[in-house]
Design a protein around this ligand. Sequence first.
Ligand code: SF4
Length: 61
Amino acid sequence: MYKVVIDTEKCVGDEECIEVCPVDVYELQEGKSVPVRADECIGCESCVEVCDFDAITVTEI
Ligand code: SF4
């Protein structure tokens, strides 16, 4: 299991993480990315790498 946290202060809603996530963890809600299916996360960290704003933290739990 992985914990996926978005820093909403940093997120600009550019949808890069939504595009890159292989298991559709994210949805855009009110201009921010929300990890609505975090239980599906496989910990690949593609979203962390693609985010230009360092808004995403993924940690194993
Ligand atoms: S770490 Fe990988 S699987 Fe998990 S939310 Fe990010 S892109 Fe999706």
